[in-house]
Write a protein that binds this ligand. Sequence first.
Ligand code: GLC
Length: 580
Amino acid sequence: MKAITTHESRAAVDARVEALLAQMTLAEKIGQMAQIEKNSVTPEQVRDHAVGSVLSGGGGNPSPNTPADWARMVRDFQEAALQSRLGIPIWYGTDAVHGHNNVRGATIFPHNIGLGAARDADLVRRIAQVTAREMLATHANWAFAPEVSVPQDIRWGRTFEGFSEDTALVSELGVAVIEGLQQAAAPDQRVLASVKHFVADGGTTWGTTRSYDWIPGWWQSADPQRWRIDQGDSRIDEATLRAVHLPPYAAAIAAGARNIMVSYSSWNGLKLHAHRYLLTDVLKGEMGFDGFLVSDWLAAQQLDADLETGMVTAINAGLDMIMVPFRLTEFITAVTRAVSDSRIALSRIDDAVTRILRVKVEFGLFERPFGDETLLATVGCDEHRQIAREAVRKSLVLLKGEPPVLPLARTASRLLIAGAGADNMGRQCGGWTIEWQGKEGDITPGTTLLQAVQQTASASTEVLYDADGAFADDVQAESALVVLSEVPYAEGEGDRQHLALPPEDVALVQRMRARCDRLIVVLYSGRPLVVDSILDQCDALVAAWLPGTEAAGITDVLFGDYPFHGMLPYAWPRGESAQA
Ligand code: GLC
């Protein structure tokens, strides 16, 4: 395993941890095992209960949502943690999965599907380093990334969080994220990576998602398309699990991963959060993982309607920290009772807390519990946005179209642009941006594709835009650009059984076909879609995935300043029949 960060030897680290553990009460040990979301805990509770971690779930933002307000929010929690009896600092965790993406004004990079298309590990490492820097500007020190799923069914709402269906590429890029986050991003400071979701979360079968009536309102939808494969059951044999889904974790451990997040999904009917064989025997035993495991949001409570039983099952299976994330005192009471009733051995508690403290010591959290607010000036800075723009360029895949259709001419007399996504930052960024599910519209500063075209075309070019392509009857142009886009989604909200373009998109393409000599379609999507209905209507078709804030990376290529570079990270379906 590569040395991570500490200048101390493993023996010195373990001696520090052992000495600290010996001073801790049972209540403090259980407090360290708790991860609570920021609206459900006060700094005083963090102090009084020795809470191990606080998190911002998707959209867990301060109000107003600015980098400076984020820094103040996290600093308040950390200052309180340092006032606890033993002064154990917290991990502050957030889903920084394509930049510090909850923060308005942060640089938003292409989602992993676009980075899989770019296939550039050095670029991914640089992206992770920038992400770590923008996180540490706000004192956030734990990123719930990389997701190293190996999605096998693109109907899954989390396909875009995966790099690829190809295991080796996922391993390579997952390692690049870990190295970028955990290398010095600020003076001797690092961000802890969380490799997720262990294991085979991308191998589930359509229609196997379960609901939990004792957790009302979560992971359910009346819509027969939503929550149908996410958190489902991976019905595969062990050889497949080990060949397809396990290798990214072996690569991650070898690269210095110190935290792994466990998957909501099941393997042949047994929830991963209850899976002692995979969590303890395989991951901690056979693979030698000696960092700590964290649960997913409410996932331990999915195991049983009785809170204590769910915690007993998860902790005995091998979970070390529980993303509860709402009920701190009930969690402490339940686990305390379980220990006194010998449902959880004290040795299991001590092992879990040892692992949690070991990683805090390794990362120098006791010496450097805070980030660096002088980095606030770098959040969303032009240097960072240029790296995002490079990533967008490299992510684009040309599905159809050869010269002379592209490149577009800068000096064309007129250029028509249509499609709701052409001027919609929310659709450009996708889920996990400012809000959990993402959000339509002007959600954060950046450059939309329309703005990028207006900045790139010559002053003599008339750029006309209408989302619906509703131009005056006589309006014609040499070239037209249509952006087709999925609405933002995350997790099971994005499960879709049918991936054909909606009729309104087909009609828009047909309308624009009649108005131009060259019709270029750009697709903003979290996965490949069935595009047969427009393939013969357009002269060029570009997969842009979910590019983030810097759409100028798209015009860099469309106007010929850079070549197409991207390659498909997932097989592209032809016709609905292709769906499994
Ligand atoms: C979510 C996701 C996980 C995320 C966590 C915290 O439900 O499954 O990827 O890190 O909760 O937001």
